[in-house]
Design a protein around this ligand. Structure first.
Ligand code: 13P
Length: 250
């Protein structure tokens, strides 16, 4: 039985006071025995503060990306060991903003996935098509290609206790949510693809949906058989909005 995961990707937002009040609010409004698990993805400067507030609690945290190289001369970058040192459980890999704005290729994403695994972090592999690709009927070929790059580099065994987030680019930050049926269709495609390689791993892996998830649409999305929670951007920035999604999980 896959437990629903509600994960908040704060992107490039935050301040010390925002982190303090948001995390205190999440701790007060959720519990270890709740219907959903919670996780947050703060910007790097706030990971230490996040650790000091959340350590020992039921809420996990992670980095929004990582550099796959070992520590060395890479000014401005953060490696997997630093994330482990800051108590991270997760790290996002291949978010569409990293792919589109910072030119991360499928191969770059695969390197990051492998580096995360090697360090003992749980990668959350983000995949998804653009609006043009969907309109051209290429959704499955794009998502399939993104998965194949990681499968080729890391192997299906590396997906054991990993997480996937299907985030259609056209639904991110636009208020345009994929319908539950549209999302379910791609989630089933992803699970079937993994199932052809390893049925147990495919049955256990969480596949999150991301793209304009909020307190009003979460329940219907998460009720789909292959949707195991959400990767939330905008609505993860206040405790009230994020807890509305958490509370939507029956
Ligand atoms: P929004 O929830 O703001 O659409 O962002 C989704 C996302 O990109 C999460 O990683």
């Amino acid at each position: 039985m896959r437990k629903i995961l509600v994960a908040g990707n704060w992107k490039m937002h935050g301040s010390k006071s925002m982190v303090q009040s948001l995390l205190k609010g999440l701790l007060a409004g959720s519990s270890a025995g709740g219907a959903a698990e919670l996780a947050v993805f703060p910007s790097f400067p706030y990971l230490a503060q996040t650790e000091s507030i959340l350590a020992g609690s039921h809420i996990k945290w992670g980095g929004q990306t990582l550099n796959p190289n070992p520590q060395g001369a890479h000014s401005g970058e953060v490696d997997s060991e630093m994330l482990v040192d800051l108590g991270c459980h997760y790290v996002l890999v291949g978010h569409s903003e990293r792919r589109a704005i910072y030119a991360e290729s499928d191969v770059d994403v695969a390197l990051r996935f492998s580096a995360a695994r090697k360090a003992g972090l749980e990668p959350v592999l983000c995949v998804g098509e653009t609006r043009e690709e969907r309109e051209a009927g290429q959704t499955e070929s794009v998502v399939g290609r993104q998965l194949d790059a990681v499968l080729a580099a890391a192997g299906i065994a590396a997906f054991d206790s990993a997480t996937i987030a299907y985030e259609p680019v056209w639904a991110i930050g636009t208020g345009l949510t994929a319908t539950p049926a549209q999302a379910q269709c791609v989630h089933a495609f992803i699970r079937d693809k993994l199932s052809s390689l390893n049925g147990i791993i495919a049955g256990e892996i969480k596949i999150l949906y991301g793209g304009s998830v909020n307190g009003s649409n979460a329940a219907e999305l998460f009720a789909q058989i292959d949707i195991d929670g959400g990767l939330v951007g905008g609505a993860s920035l206040t405790a009230e909005d994020f807890l509305a999604i958490y509370n939507a999980v029956a």
